[in-house]
Design a protein around this ligand. Structure first.
Ligand SMILES: Cc1cc2nc3c(=O)[nH]c(=O)nc-3n(C[C@H](O)[C@H](O)[C@H](O)COP(=O)(O)OP(=O)(O)OC[C@H]3O[C@@H](n4cnc5c(N)ncnc54)[C@H](O)[C@@H]3O)c2cc1C
Length: 303
């Protein structure tokens, strides 16, 4: 991020919410399940798979976990009723991980069991490093009970290759690999683009070689090309892996991956808690400074 973008991102809390919302709209399906259903139907028509994500994270009281849990159950039912090709992604801090991991496990259990009843699948997103161990703990517990659940590992963490190794040895072979989006200290994470990319390639190779079903989650051309080469040299079948991208990001790359005949899944966030997710997306968007300035300027002129 250049200095101007850093400044803009730091100033976002001062930007009126309607303006932030306007820019967020490209990354978010809408506030309701019906909005997500509409977006997924459109993706499915283009031969693209989806994963639904109910926005929200970091609750502070147990009662706050119940509404998101029920909403995710509702989303699973909607996927089934509407015959969508979509699974769900869940964030454990939205389901009480930071309050009581056993309570969180119970919430996840209900979601995974509903998904199993509907022959669907649950992906556990990975959040920031203070919850990595507990997230992996919940995953390991739930995986003992059910196979229709997978985990995410982040290439920017130094520990990730070891985590992948251990999970593979335990026979837990369903991953999404992404770079990682949280701000982590240099003592535990690669901070530079090249270090993150090298680790991504290393861990991806580890996963694919082990026969793990891997969601290759990136918008980075270099990593997509590296993945293409591995897929070809390992002679993988289309059913052995998928590419994954976020809604609203790099539609050019999305079309290329589909054109090249690979499975592609789009992460489709929906819900009312859109703010923090949107700010994380803005940080990654090199053009955001220009867009936000233009919008603020236009608003100023029209007032
Ligand atoms: C399906 C999916 C699921 C994810 N799940 C998790 C998770 O569970 N935990 C986690 O920590 N992270 C998750 N991430 C986020 C991921 O870690 C971040 O997106 C990461 O910081 C950016 O990685 P990148 O591969 O896009 O590479 P980058 O180097 O950041 O981006 C590559 C190129 O993509 C373009 N680009 C990227 N983002 C944007 C944007 N927002 N707007 C416009 N252009 C953009 C830019 O042109 C950039 O040059 C997920 C990402 C995907 C795709």
């Amino acid at each position: 991020m250049n200095a101007l973008n850093k400044f803009i991102v730091a100033s976002i809390p001062a930007v009126p919410r309607p303006i932030v919302r306007k820019f967020a709209s490209r990354y978010i399906a809408g506030e309701e399940i019906a909005d997500a259903v509409r977006v997924v139907k459109d993706l499915n028509r283009q031969g693209i798979l989806a994963t639904l994500d109910l926005l929200g994270e970091d609750i502070t009281r147990k009662e706050e976990a119940l509404a998101p849990r029920d909403k995710i159950l509702e989303a699973l039912q909607a996927i089934s009723d509407e015959k969508l090709d979509s699974n769900v992604s869940i964030k454990l801090t939205q389901l009480g991980l930071k309050i009581d991991k056993n309570f969180c496990l119970e919430n996840v259990r209900q979601i995974v069991s509903k998904a199993k009843e509907l022959r669907n699948f649950v992906r556990i997103d990975m959040e920031d490093s203070p919850v990595t161990d507990d997230t992996l703990w919940v995953y390991r517990q739930i995986r003992k009970e059910s196979e229709n659940v997978g985990i995410v590992l982040q290439a920017y963490l130094h520990r990730t290759s070891d985590d992948a190794d251990e999970l593979i040895k335990e026979g837990l072979k369903n991953f999404r690999l992404c770079k990682g989006i949280y701000v982590e200290p240099a003592s535990i994470a690669f901070k530079e683009h090249d270090g993150i990319n090298s680790n991504f390639i290393r861990v991806l190779e580890q996963m694919l070689k082990s026969g793990a079903y891997t969601g290759i989650a990136t918008h980075d051309d270099v990593l997509v090309e590296a993945a293409y080469r591995m897929i070809s040299s390992m002679r993988l079948q289309k059913s052995d892996y998928e590419f994954q991208m976020l809604l609203g990001v790099r539609s050019d790359l999305r079309s290329k991956i589909v054109r090249d005949g690979h499975r592609l899944r789009i992460y489709v966030p929906f819900g009312r808690q859109w703010y923090r997710y949107s700010v994380r997306r803005f940080k990654e968007n090199p053009k955001i400074a220009g867009y936000v300035f233009k919008a603020l300027f236009t608003r100023f002129l029209s007032n």
